[in-house]
Design a protein around this ligand. Structure first.
Ligand code: F6P
Length: 521
């Protein structure tokens, strides 16, 4: 029903555009030739201003990409997601994280028959979870909240709690334990007292080995330290409430299998954030995301920011061959954003087969990476300016600081603007190659007025939807993650072999390393 991007009539036309003038395209000339380039390629979306003008495209390319999106049925696919159709075809599931931030009672055109009931359940759970969050905030005896979870059950809440640190409840310390590496849990536990601690066991499936191991160790520590009242000190955030109960955790907040792990921050998995910033601000966070959902759902494709960014992603990956994208948040509180976006993009679109399981003839997810500015400037920006690879850069800057220190914010924003400028304009030096900056290096600049719950919600929803757009055009299922399963199975086998020393049937490298680890145990 949907067309894969390479089957659209625009695909060969885009290839021809690139062949004709492609790598000769020069941003400096493009600005000189089009006085309205900035205004055409920038836009205000809910809470986010985006400047896409320093990218390697012009109006003709953009129009072709938009036509391609039209031809591929992007709008229909988007509507299918919003209306609850089972677009996660390998698991037969709907993809309805947008429902988690939809206002109570709001019906949308095309809603499937179950959506109204699901929305009522969402709000019932949300109300209960937020009442609990506010009760925890008001409970002075609870000083430390420890979230135990991994992947989507860690990256989202951890990133968001840090991002909204400014709004964190006084007297509450937030900890995140994800790795099965005991060093992590051990170092957190060392500073805790059982009667002052609330453990949140966050796992969609309640089967993930890392989380189950850490949860069991946390529980053992709690008992050993004389902790009592498990119902007060442990809560489970999961779709598998029965498994949590079997583990003796009876304070539970549920969610649903139509919420993907990496899209679960808006569900009960968001409880650490709700405790940190409070119920009212958590609702603002949801509202910011909903505003972006509405923009994505209703804005014409040509003025639709997630669509434009997703199309640019396809243009860069498939026509320019750019294999990575660098994320540079110019705000220290957004320091976990690159890690969060890695899972969002790479677990969603790191696939090499189409929805029908057949091999794709083109590249999909780029590698995402990054560090906050200005730190990255003193580490890897050298390569971005003068290296052999072109890496599109995504700046995320915030206009208003929340700290009172004079002189910092101007310098920070000046650096962000200067880096984007330097990447584009370059600096010619005929006499010394070392001092020559080629320029013409693309970047996108996202600007928030302030880093608030609402603007953070909007930025995350923007990123979710741009990943949907590229995944949709690539014809892949962006909502499963089979690629993580094999390693999990093998780890169980090897864990047993580490105990017994049995290496039968193992490859020589794994057997050799296993023997070495045992011999030094
Ligand atoms: O690594 C695979 C994965 O399933 C992610 O998609 C998910 O976010 C993470 O593991 C954690 O899963 P769970 O929340 O079920 O513990």
């Amino acid at each position: 029903m949907y067309l894969r991007c390479d089957q659209s009539p625009q695909w060969p036309e885009l290839a021809a555009v690139l062949a004709r003038r492609g790598r000769q395209f020069d941003l400096r000339e493009a600005f000189a030739a089009d006085a309205r380039r900035f205004s055409h390629f920038s836009q205000q979306a809910p809470h986010v201003f985006a400047d896409l003008s320093k990218n390697l495209w012009d109006r003709t390319t953009e129009a072709l990409l938009l036509d391609m999106a039209q031809a591929c049925g992007l709008a229909q696919h988007r509507d299918a997601m919003f209306s609850g159709q089972p677009i996660n075809n390998t698991e037969g599931r709907a993809v309805l994280h947008t429902l988690l931030r939809r206002p109570s009672g709001l019906a949308l055109p095309g809603d499937g028959p179950e959506v109204a009931g699901q929305l009522a359940q969402v709000h019932g759970t949300l109300d209960a979870m937020l009442a609990y969050a506010d009760a925890v905030r008001a409970d002075d005896a609870i000083t430390d909240i420890v979230n135990i979870g991994i992947g989507g059950s860690d990256l989202g809440p951890h990133m968001a709690v840090l991002a909204l640190e400014e709004f964190r409840a006084a007297g509450k310390r937030m900890h995140f334990v994800s790795n099965v590496d005991g060093h992590e849990l051990h170092s957190v536990l060392q500073g805790l007292k059982p009667h002052g601690t609330l453990f949140l066991i966050a796992s969609k499936t309640f089967t993930t080995a890392e989380t189950m191991t850490n949860a069991a160790s946390a529980r053992a520590w709690f008992d050993a330290q004389g902790g009592t009242d498990v119902a007060r000190h442990f809560a489970a955030l999961t779709t598998n409430v029965d498994a949590a109960r079997q583990m003796g955790i009876h304070t539970t907040f549920g969610f649903w299998d139509w919420v993907g792990g990496r899209y679960s921050l808006w569900s009960a998995i968001g409880l650490p954030l709700a405790i940190s910033i409070g119920a009212a601000r958590f609702r603002e966070f949801l509202a910011g995301a909903h505003a972006m959902d509405e923009h994505f759902r209703t804005a014409p494709l040509a003025q639709n920011l997630p669509v434009r960014m997703g199309l640019l992603d396809v243009w860069y990956r498939n026509f320019h061959g750019f294999a990575s994208r660098c994320i540079a948040p110019y705000h220290a509180a957004l320091r976990r954003l690159p890690a969060y976006l890695q899972q969002l993009e790479m677990e969603s679109n790191g696939k090499r087969v189409a929805q029908d399981g057949r091999m794709l003839p083109y590249a999909t997810s780029p590698v995402l990476w990054g560090e906050p500015g200005t730190n990255g400037q003193h580490a890897f920006f050298q390569m971005l300016h003068q290296g052999t690879d072109v890496v599109p850069l995504e700046f995320i800057a915030v206009r208003q600081p929340t700290h009172p220190l004079p002189g910092h914010q101007g310098k920070l924003l000046a650096n962000a603007l200067a880096q984007a400028q330097a990447l584009m304009v370059g600096k010619a030096s005929d006499s010394d190659g070392h001092r020559h900056f080629p320029g013409n290096r693309p970047s996108t600049f996202l600007l928030l007025d302030a880093l608030t719950p609402a603007s953070l919600g909007a930025v995350i929803a923007l990123q979710e939807h741009r990943v949907f757009v590229s995944g949709s055009l690539w014809g892949i299922n962006s909502f499963d993650q089979w690629g993580v399963e094999l390693g999990k199975v093998l780890a169980k086998d090897i864990e047993a072999r580490l105990g017994t020393g049995d290496v039968a049937g193992l490859d020589a490298s794994t057997a050799g390393l296993l023997g070495l680890i045992r011999s030094r145990g």
